[in-house]
Design a protein around this ligand. Structure first.
Ligand SMILES: NC(=O)c1ccc[n+]([C@@H]2O[C@H](COP(=O)([O-])OP(=O)(O)OC[C@H]3O[C@@H](n4cnc5c(N)ncnc54)[C@H](O)[C@@H]3O)[C@@H](O)[C@H]2O)c1
Ligand SMILES: N[C@@H](CCO)C(=O)O
Ligand code: NA
Length: 432
């Protein structure tokens, strides 16, 4: 093979770093692949926009449709659903392998893209789509291919980890911590995709699909963001020796009759400080994997940023290019297990519940009766006075209960005249 032609679609934060690495390391990459890896073109929206890397102007084009037809490997780094999806499908139809970092597209329409790659006999790689620069998807798909994965527990969104870490370290309220994340360039001007958990939910769908050989889309993922996490809940967690993290949790659940389902959810959770994920600070990502034979594994590093993400993209480009040179294909996706998704109401966890109550005789008894009536068992109760004689705050940690039982408990608590507010409900993970 003379050269492997690479087309880059999008030249923003990640794309410009990919262009830089492909250009600056061309000699070494050719050695590793066994043929030159040649940047054949870079599709952009605005040819005059300033870029972090000065791409040869002769390579710049605004005609992405035309570019994908003259490439061996197409690297999609535009983001968004369209035109990314159509361009990827067109690239595959014309015989190109595809590398993408587009978690939103894979979370929504992954199975269609995996099927198209298999039909066309091309590779589709997406290591950068989850936990940016951390090698994670290839270990799940290849290194652990002979094992059985039972659980994937991850901090897969750097922005929200930074926000929660700031709240934990400084006692800041949510809004102040988000402003600080924006000032540092972690959070976008509109932080919705991160703080409402949409980004993490797409990544959870991708992880669960790979880990459990099942088609999981973002619509199957229960999602709760961190906008309801208050300084008071963070302080209460801290007092218990715990931290609050936004977790993506993918679990294989085996019922008493042996049938299996998967549970996939994203929500804030209290984790004991001793848990390996509790010490993950700033905007770092980490993913904890439990497999039958390998036991507990931890993957840690930078989940975002131009250079770390470009590292993962380049790894995929090199793998796809090597396969081209060898005339082979990498392992595709498998969904043979087709496990059903367990409804959230049946998910069992422990809960940390904060209530603002009147401070008078009999209130604690009323509250505990509501828990008992809904079959939620209380593990600990702590009471502290609210300022200005406004009553008391009760912090209750439960034993394991179903989500449905807890929801019924919260609804009933809201109906007690002595309860002025259920001010926080946070799940507790990491101990069983
Ligand atoms: N930035 C990160 O840290 C990070 C980490 C992991 C994954 N990702 C993913 O990587 C992808 C790219 O992210 P980014 O941060 O580089 O975004 P970005 O906004 O910096 O870059 C995207 C570029 O694509 C261009 N573009 C958009 N539509 C286009 C079109 N139709 N034709 C040509 N160009 C077009 C935009 O003009 C922009 O320059 C996204 O899918 C994102 O989710 C990013
Ligand atoms: N917004 C994402 C970027 C990486 O996918 C994050 O904060 O982790
Ligand atoms: Na990764």
């Amino acid at each position: 093979m003379d050269a492997v032609r690479v087309a880059l679609l999008g030249c923003g934060v990640v794309g410009s770093e990919v262009a830089r690495l492909l250009t600056e390391h061309a000699g070494e990459l050719a050695q590793r692949v066994g043929a030159p890896v040649q940047l054949a073109g870079v599709a952009v929206r605005n040819p005059d926009a300033p870029r972090n890397f000065a791409v040869d102007p002769g390579l710049i084009t605004t005609d992405a449709q035309e570019l994908v037809k003259r490439a061996d490997v197409v690297v999609e780094l535009m983001g968004g659903i369209e035109p990314a999806r159509t361009l990827i499908l067109d690239a595959m139809a014309s015989g190109a392998s595809v590398v993408t970092a587009n978690k939103a597209l894979l979370g929504q329409d992954g199975p269609r893209l995996y099927a198209a790659a298999a039909e066309q006999g091309v590779d589709l790689y997406y290591e950068a789509s989850v936990a940016g620069g951390i090698p994670l998807l290839r270990p799940l798909r290849e290194s652990l291919a002979g094992d059985r994965i039972n659980r994937v527990l991850g901090i897969v969104n750097g922005t929200t980890n930074y926000v929660l870490d700031q709240m934990h370290r400084t006692g800041a309220e949510f809004d102040a911590a988000v402003a600080s994340a924006q000032a540092l360039g972690y959070a976008e001007a509109d932080p919705t995709a991160d703080v409402e958990g949409f980004d993490a939910a797409s990544k959870a769908a991708i992880l669960a699909s790979l880990a459990f050989h099942t088609r999981v889309s973002v619509d199957d993922v229960y999602r709760e963001g961190i906008t309801g996490v208050t300084a008071s809940t963070v302080a209460s967690a801290k007092a218990m020796g715990a931290v609050i993290k936004l977790l993506a949790i993918c679990e294989r659940v085996t019922a008493a009759d042996g049938t299996e389902r998967v549970s996939v959810r994203v929500h804030p959770a209290l984790l004991p400080e001793s848990h390996p994920l509790a010490g993950v600070r700033d905007a770092f990502n980490a993913v904890f994997v439990e497999a039958d034979a390998a036991g507990e594994l931890m993957f840690y590093g930078q989940g975002a940023g131009g250079a770390p993400t470009a590292s993962a993209v380049l790894g995929d480009v090199i793998t796809a290019a090597r396969n081209r040179v060898a005339g082979s294909l990498g392992p595709g996706e498998s969904a043979y297990a087709q496990l059903p998704v367990r409804p959230m109401g049946e998910v069992v966890t422990r809960y940390h519940v904060s209530l603002d109550v009147e401070d008078r005789p009999g209130v604690l008894a009323q509250v505990s009766t509501v828990f008992a009536q809904n079959e939620v068992s209380i593990e600990t109760v702590r009471q502290q006075q609210l300022p200005d004689g406004e009553g008391a705050e009760l912090v209750i940690v439960t034993h394991a209960a179903t989500d449905a039982a807890l929801a019924a408990t919260v609804a009933a608590l809201g109906g007690l005249s002595a309860v002025s507010a259920v001010s926080g409900v946070t799940r507790v993970e990491g101990e069983h």
